[in-house]
Design a protein around this ligand. Structure first.
Ligand code: AMP
Ligand code: ZN
Length: 118
């Protein structure tokens, strides 16, 4: 597990910055988004510093797989039948924290289509 001392989410994983934890295992940490845009809004992050989806490769892709396993587990544990998973990669897509993360959104009926791209 290689953390970056200057990275916000690495600091959260390390416990240096508080967070509302919803799940943790060897590979994955998940916590409530501080500015939720849905009734359920969790962030799932790898417990190693990967800047973004562009840097997922054969060496580290197990973290991405483990994140999707964790999302399915949390959904099952919390009785969440329907949810959306979002990864923003890069500036135009709206990535604001440069540590790979997947938003899990649920608890409301969600729209879909071009207008949702803002
Ligand atoms: P993105 O815009 O895809 O990079 O998502 C970053 C997310 O991190 C945003 O939804 C923020 O609300 C969230 N966020 C930023 N700082 C914190 C924090 N300290 N604790 C929890 N969520 C945070
Ligand atoms: Zn990091």
């Amino acid at each position: 597990m290689a953390l970056d001392k200057d990275c916000l989410f690495c600091k959260i994983i390390n416990g240096d910055i508080p967070s509302a934890k919803v799940y943790e295992d060897e590979f994955v940490y998940a916590f409530k988004d501080i500015e939720p845009i849905a009734p359920v809004h969790y962030l799932f992050v790898p417990k190693t510093h990967i800047c973004c989806a562009k840097k997922i490769d054969a060496e580290n892709s197990q973290y991405a797989a483990k994140i999707f396993e964790a999302i399915a587990k949390v959904a099952a544990d919390e009785g969440i039948e329907s949810y959306r998973v979002i990864n923003n990669c890069g500036e135009d897509a709206g990535q604001s924290v440069m540590h790979l993360h997947f938003h899990m959104l649920a608890g409301t009926k969600m729209g879909w289509g071009k207008q949702s791209l803002g």
